[in-house]
Design a protein around this ligand. Structure first.
Ligand code: ZN
Length: 299
């Protein structure tokens, strides 16, 4: 009987008390992961982008509109991270519950101080970080803030379960706090080292863990590497003895390998999204993997 109830509750999205689970849509897998931590068994989370996709250029499918139409809560990154693909989907979904300003809409960037906000002088055509760098969730302290924001939104939309959301958030906060020292200690020997990345996705991670990641294979965020820019990067890497080039699953690995070949650096596979690398099905495991991979490359 219990098994049948379990199957029924999974199909219908109801808990045993007969109460409907909160339908949560997250644009990206990191936001989905935080939503699951905070929502536990009170929510059904669906994530639009795949962990291996570029968050700026997600391949929008018709099923996304259906998911957005049915959502009680939408969590997006904000700071124009999804501006290239989310707005037309929202227009088609016509769901007033998830409009900006409604309790059912969480924009992760609210309350986050964005780094690298371009000035009139540094802004370039095609720069996909025009409002500032939107890749902030890889800083675990910012991830706590975003998770708290999600807990507040879930409580506002689903007040009867507010205590559960708050308790789940506190559990996540404690898990991060318990890990911060370990991550910091693993990265400490590399304090001040320069690292190259394909795309400017790691400024918050770098800031948290004391490395500098401010040289990129892309000349500006979202603009493909050019031979002249790569030649400059190679010169800089040789001069600064840079040992690692960070790439993500959707980047052109061959370009990174050419630069690595010319400089003796290692290519390090990184990812912003839980599930994109082996054994990273939670946020904490993802940061574990990033710290392990980068510290191994810099040794
Ligand atoms: Zn970006």
């Amino acid at each position: 009987m219990k098994k049948i109830l379990l199957i029924l509750s999974a199909i219908l999205g109801f808990t045993f008390t007969g109460q409907a689970k909160l339908k949560v849509v997250a644009t990206l897998p990191d936001l989905g992961s935080l939503a699951r931590e905070v929502g536990g068994d009170k929510v059904d989370v669906s994530v639009l982008a795949k962990p291996t996709e570029d968050s700026h250029f997600v391949d929008a499918r018709p099923s996304f509109v259906v998911q957005l139409r049915d959502a009680d809560v939408l969590i997006d990154g904000g700071a124009e991270l999804e501006i290239g693909w989310l707005p037309p989907l929202l227009q088609n979904a016509r769901n007033p519950k998830i409009e900006v300003g409604k309790p059912g809409r969480v924009q992760a960037s609210q309350g986050v101080r964005l780094m690298n906000v371009p000035t009139a002088a540094t802004r370039a055509a095609g720069d996909v970080h025009a409002l500032g760098n939107p890749h902030f969730i890889v800083d675990p302290i910012i991830a706590k803030t975003v998770a708290q924001h999600i807990a507040q939104a879930f409580s506002a939309v689903d007040a009867p379960n507010a205590a559960a959301y708050d308790a789940n958030y506190k559990k996540f906060e404690a898990a991060i706090n318990a890990k911060l020292q370990e991550w910091g200690a693993a990265m400490l020997p590399f304090k001040g080292q320069n690292v190259v990345a394909y795309h400017d996705s790691w400024v918050y991670f770098a800031h948290r863990f004391g490395v500098n990641i401010d040289t990129f294979l892309e000349p500006k965020p979202g603009i493909p590497p050019s031979p002249s820019h790569l030649a400059e990067v190679i010169e800089k890497m040789k001069a600064q003895k840079i040992k690692a080039i960070i790439i993500e699953p959707f980047h052109d690995r061959k370009i990174a390998e050419k630069v690595a070949g010319a400089t003796g650096a290692k290519v390090v596979e990184f990812a912003q999204y839980p599930g994109a690398l082996p054994n990273t099905d939670s946020y904490v495991k993802l940061i574990d993997a990033l710290v392990a991979r980068l510290s191994a490359a810099l040794k």
